[in-house]
Design a protein around this ligand. Structure first.
Ligand SMILES: Nc1ncnc2c1ncn2[C@@H]1O[C@H](COP(=O)(O)OP(=O)(O)OP(=O)(O)O)[C@@H](O)[C@H]1O
Ligand SMILES: [Mg+2]
Length: 242
């Protein structure tokens, strides 16, 4: 299988709390993978492990054919792994454009006019161009989410990790964000998307993984997985054996 990313026997514990329990899965080039699971299941921790802000207790992470398990977060970012944060993390005192420029220059290694032009292109795509000169700290929630996406895209990612980017948005804001994510996916960017807003997720993803207490309990076709006994049991408390 031509995996852009694979994790093998990946585990992480914080004392008695296991956030990743012997996880094994791969993501193929160009795929859009969804991840769901209850609060505290370990979804964001998985992104922290993939991006390198968290070191695993055991296991390996392979990206584009090489082990990145021990590589720094900065190096992984330069190699094309980008993320949006569940709680937006902009440089609040800088403008939208300056936030984009940091990513384009520091991660995508663009300079001068090329960096400028690339940021404009991304800001057009994420529908933030009209707000390029607004200070990030003054943005609405939707625009802060769009800025998360902008900053990630300005690193020129091959693999884009989205952490609850639709959370807290109105229905129409959500529809507009889904259209943007679909367009990014159509350009060939591989996506892993953690989301509680399931209808938004199902509009985009090719496959769905369910995590519960750090364990992967389901991995397959999105609709079939949503209808599975495991998901019913986790979300509705209905015992799969009943
Ligand atoms: N650095 C840390 N130190 C100790 N415990 C942590 C740390 N990071 C996360 N945890 C704990 O690990 C568990 C999983 O957290 P994580 O943020 O990965 O969950 P999540 O699935 O993303 O949840 P949510 O849907 O609420 O965002 C939680 O119980 C959390 O409190
Ligand atoms: Mg989370």
């Amino acid at each position: 299988m031509n995996y852009i990313l694979s994790v093998s026997d990946l585990s992480k514990s914080f004392g008695a709390v296991t956030v990743a329990d012997e996880q094994n899965f791969g993501v193929t080039q160009g795929e859009a993978l969804g991840i769901i699971g209850p609060n505290g299941a370990g979804k964001t921790s998985l992104f922290n492990l993939i991006t390198g802000t968290l070191a695993p207790t055991s296991g390996t992470i392979t990206y584009c054919g090489e082990s990145i398990t021990k590589q720094s977060a900065a190096l992984r970012c330069k190699k094309g792994i980008a993320r949006s944060f569940q709680v937006p993390q902009p440089f609040s005192g800088m403008t939208v454009f300056e936030n984009a420029l940091v990513a384009a220059t520091q991660a995508a290694n663009l300079r001068g006019q090329a960096a400028y032009d690339f940021c404009i292109k991304v800001l057009e795509q994420t529908e933030l161009l009209a707000k390029a000169n607004i200070v990030a700290g003054q943005l609405t929630l939707l625009d802060r989410k769009r800025l998360e996406l902008t900053r990630a895209l300005c690193t020129k990612p091959k693999l884009l990790l989205l952490d609850e980017i639709a959370g807290g948005l109105t229905e129409s804001e959500c529809v507009s964000l889904v259209d943007t994510i679909k367009a990014i996916h159509a350009e060939g960017v591989t996506i892993i998307w953690i989301e509680h807003v399931v209808h938004a997720l199902l509009a985009v993803v090719d496959r769905l993984i369910v995590i519960d207490f750090g364990r992967i309990v389901a991995n397959g076709n999105p609709q079939q997985t949503m209808n599975s006994d495991q998901v019913r049991e986790i979300y509705l408390g209905i015992d799969a054996d009943v």
